[in-house]
Write a protein that binds this ligand. Structure first.
Ligand code: ZN
Length: 77
């Protein structure tokens, strides 16, 4: 009976660890993420576009990867 209790305890711990890992996806972004419908301005040319279509860089958002490269920015990772 004692071993059954320990086994149950271990299963609960494993379940709790898995639950916390699934609940928090690995997103290590220092900047705050706006909602998908929010408009952002390209840091290079200033054109406004939906955040979902924007290319994110370390310094800001861009309308395309070309402008991110032109601003000498790189993909945040
Ligand atoms: Zn641009």
């Amino acid at each position: 009976m004692k071993y059954l209790f320990i086994l149950l305890l271990v299963l609960i711990v494993i379940w709790a660890v898995k639950r916390t890992r699934v609940g928090k996806p690995t997103q290590s972004s220092p900047t705050e993420k706006p909602s998908p419908t929010e408009m952002v301005a390209c840091s290079h040319c200033g054109i406004h576009l939906p955040h979902a279509e924007a290319v994110s860089g370390q310094k800001g958002a861009y309308c395309s990867t070309e402008h991110r490269n032109a601003a000498q920015d790189s993909n945040p990772s």
